[in-house]
Design a protein around this ligand. Structure first.
Ligand SMILES: Nc1ncnc2c1ncn2[C@@H]1O[C@H](COP(=O)(O)OP(=O)(O)OP(=O)(O)O)[C@@H](O)[C@H]1O
Length: 762
């Protein structure tokens, strides 16, 4: 039976062609001599191993045949229309890279035809076909600079030291626009494309080699296991980290074949991990590990693969996969099954398999499963006096309780401290996280990580309000989710003291930047400290709830076990540059308090520049939205791949009504119907999602930032609140894969790059 190695598809195929390709490859796997396949050699080819195969009358597959023992191995390169396939086959070579020993397929371009009797034509310069800007006033973007040229790379260096194909390196150096540059990296063998992107974004060759797992062959003695013939060396080379970016061995199972073909590039994440992603998915560490990276760098993809690796490594393992909300958790469950439908998804925490849950739902499950005695004891330890009742109602809305407490307590504080936002943060970060139940303990406690300093009289005032709050909650038999997390943590801790085993062996946490202190208390108790206990994926730039939490205070020491992803798989370079400009000037710290810049954060894809649609009135803005939606619908973009995102629900109501008047159907993301209509949602709800096309609607001065969230706060909390608003805009802008439109009516938000540019001009 011939072996098949599948090369990641770069050209999109229609579904009808995909199923033909699958039939073809299935037959090839069974018997490559079957007459219907027409596996044929061609004349005048660059590589004698190249073959074409008949997919149907119109379509041909391009393959390379490697001789390995008794049965051959075919490397499937792709399927194209007849003439194109013959052309590609005649120009393509499967070879070992001379520097790094990675198998690669290089398509040599034909020399330009020279006009006879005239001077040789100047080398062709790619003229990018920029898409028409969708608005009359395109956004001003900084001029594009070729990063390779900027960092002084020469053709000689790129070829001799970085192992790039000379033609590819030359074209990359010549590119004078982002689309032309990305066209080169897109066509190149995957590892070469990524190496070019790394170098152009400022990474050194050594750093990039390490990330991509590239080892200079010229410096290493040959491995005797790799065999002697060129074909055997190529087969062995497919196992190298960088080769796995583009090539996958297809086992005997037809499902594996179906998955890679049907998924196409949208599902490439299931098979073709970046070597760094693979390392973090498969690695093992003696304690908590943290993976950071900007939006779209594939953190969730790593978490999903890691869950699978851990489950396969030990089928009896109890793995908890958690994230900030139930909706995100549900989407993780779906993705897990897409990754591997054989994975065992546990129904409850503590059971064998992977248990996926929103963090608060998980907390609630532990609390509900606790005995009345366990609850009573934990409530007393965390909240002081035992609650009258151990059957409490979890309540998400603490604002009302704080307002009541403020009315009832005689505290003598001014409004900067006597407001629900400050008090809630103080309560969770200082009081709950330190299990403070008395005034004396609160007066003495170190308020690590809190911005606003409190004198003793102020602390006494705050404590009075906290007492009133606890009293009101007790009377109403309410308990907040942070309280619940602290109580559940206590239950688990006590069980541990009594010798009970923890509920999980491994915990994987996505969107960790938004978890609060009591969540971390809880997660620390959920698994025993030790090997591969916690895997934390976070992006501090996307912190839109809560505050940064110093993890080491909760027994989660990640020193030396923290890595960062920098290649953005989701967003085009143009959208990414825009989103990063939204963060300009923001001092963002990670969970360990280290400053998080966006240096080296780069994208592998190119597309149109984001468009800003500033309008005079809401009616004009709605007209703009209508225009874009209709344009995209005419291009047959699926409705549920168009996202319209606004800061508030009120804005969404206006949007929905305004578009209904214009006979444009849009749907709430939570009620998507059959998926044919564009979806609208708030910026908070957009977290973790992605769309081909995104409109950020109503990014007006009055709404973004939402003054409600920062009004009346002390300077430190106000800065924090403003940072969250900025992050929210960044989260929303990074949901777009291909096209981003930012609209407003009246004065634009001060957080937009346009507004910043105008302000600095004047
Ligand atoms: N190795 C890969 N190959 C192809 N696509 C990938 C790969 N890794 C990630 N992607 C794609 O990139 C997009 C972003 O990935 P993912 O959601 O994991 O990023 P993230 O870092 O968790 O993003 P965010 O922080 O914005 O939620 C997804 O569409 C995903 O399928």
């Amino acid at each position: 039976m011939p072996g098949i190695v599948f090369a990641k598809t770069k050209d999109k195929l229609d579904n009808s062609v995909k199923s033909l390709v699958m039939n073809f490859l299935e037959k090839l796997q069974e018997d490559d001599t079957a007459p219907g396949l027409h596996i044929e050699r061609l004349k005048n080819v660059a590589d004698a191993r190249v073959r074409t195969g008949r997919v149907n009358d119109m379509w041909r597959a391009v393959l390379f045949r490697l001789e390995t023992g008794t049965t051959p191995t075919y490397v499937y390169y792709g399927t194209w229309s007849h003439d194109k396939a013959i052309d590609i086959a005649s120009r393509s070579t499967l070879q070992m890279n001379p520097v790094f020993g990675i198998p690669e397929i290089i398509e040599k371009t034909k020399p330009e035809p020279q006009p006879t009797g005239e001077q040789p034509a100047a080398p062709a310069v790619e003229v990018p076909v920029e898409q028409e800007p969708s608005t009359p006033a395109p956004i001003s973007t900084p001029a594009w600079v070729n990063g390779l040229v900027e960092h002084g790379y020469s053709l000689e260096f790129l070829v001799d030291s970085a192992g790039l194909d000379p033609q590819i390196a030359g074209k990359a150096l010549e590119a004078n626009t982002a689309p032309a540059f990305h066209k080169v990296t897109d066509k190149a063998p995957d590892w070469q494309g990524l190496l070019i992107l790394d170098l152009s974004s400022g990474k050194s060759l050594e750093e990039s080699k390490e990330d991509l797992g590239l080892v200079d062959q010229r410096e290493t003695p040959e491995d005797p296991k790799t065999g002697t013939s060129e074909d055997e060396k190529i087969i062995a080379g497919f196992d190298k980290e960088a080769a796995k970016l583009q090539f996958a061995f297809i086992g005997d199972a037809p499902e594996a074949l179906r998955e890679v073909i049907e998924g196409g590039s949208a599902d490439a994440w299931r098979t073709f991990l970046h070597p760094e992603q693979r390392r973090y998915a498969d690695g093992s560490w003696n304690g908590p590990f943290r993976l950071t990276g900007g939006a779209g760098t594939g953190k969730t993809v790593v978490i999903l693969h890691r869950a699978k690796t851990l489950a396969q490594r030990d089928p009896s393992a109890r793995i908890v996969l958690t994230t900030f909300t139930r909706t995100l958790a549900a989407s993780l469950s779906q993705s897990l099954l897409k990754l591997d439908s054989d994975l065992i998804l546990a129904k409850n925490a503590g059971e064998r398999g992977i248990y996926t849950s929103g963090i608060d739902a998980l907390v609630l499950q532990v609390f509900n499963a606790a005995t009345p005695a366990e609850r009573k004891e934990a409530l007393k330890e965390v909240l002081g006096d035992a609650h009258a009742s151990v059957t409490l109602r979890p309540s998400g809305d603490t604002q009302k309780a704080w307002k009541e407490a403020l009315e009832n307590a005689v505290h003598g504080l001014d409004l900067e401290l006597a407001n629900p936002t400050f008090l809630d943060q103080e309560y969770v970060s200082v009081v709950l996280s330190n299990s403070i139940t008395t005034r004396d303990a609160y007066v003495k406690v170190a308020r690590v990580g809190r911005g606003t300093a409190l004198t003793r009289p102020k602390r006494l005032g705050v404590w009075k309000i906290i007492e009133a709050y606890r009293q009101a909650q007790r009377v109403d038999e309410n308990i907040s989710f942070p309280e619940l997390a602290a109580v559940a943590a206590r239950v688990l801790k006590q069980r541990g003291v009594n010798g009970a085993p923890p509920l999980a062996d491994h915990i994987l946490i996505d969107e960790a930047q938004d978890l609060h202190a009591a969540h971390w208390l809880f997660l620390r108790e959920l698994a025993s400290p030790g090997k591969d206990d916690l895997f934390i994926a976070e992006d501090s730039h996307q912190r839109i709830y809560g505050q940064k939490v110093p993890l080491s205070r909760y027994g989660i020491a990640i020193v030396g076990r923290s890595r960062r992803l920098s290649l953005n798989y989701r967003t085009t370079a143009q959208n990414l540059a825009y989103a990063v400009r939204l963060l300009k000037g923001a001092d963002i710290e990670d969970l360990e308090g280290e400053s998080q810049g966006s240096k080296g954060y780069h994208s592998a894809r190119s597309g149109p520049n984001p468009a800003e649609a500033g309008t005079k009135s809401l009616a004009d803005e709605l007209d703009e939205v209508e225009k874009h939606v209709r344009q995209w619908q005419a291009q047959e973009v699926p409705g549920n791949m168009i996202g319209i995102i606004a800061r508030t629900k009120y804005q969404l109501q206006k949007l929905q009504t305004g578009l209904a008047e214009r006979k444009v159907e849009v749907r709430d993301v939570d009620y998507p119907g059959d998926g044919s209509a564009p979806l609208y949602m708030t910026m908070h709800r957009a977290k973790g999602m992605e769309f081909f096309k995104v409109i950020l609607f109503g990014v007006n001065e009055a709404t973004v930032p939402l003054s409600l969230t920062t009004h009346g706060l002390a300077e430190s909390e106000r800065k924090d609140g403003l940072l969250r608003e900025r992050s929210l805009l960044y989260v929303a802008a990074t949901r777009a894969r291909d096209e981003l439109v930012v609209s407003w009516s009246g004065t634009p938000s001060e957080l937009l790059p346009t507004a910043n540019a105008k302000a600095s001009e004047s």
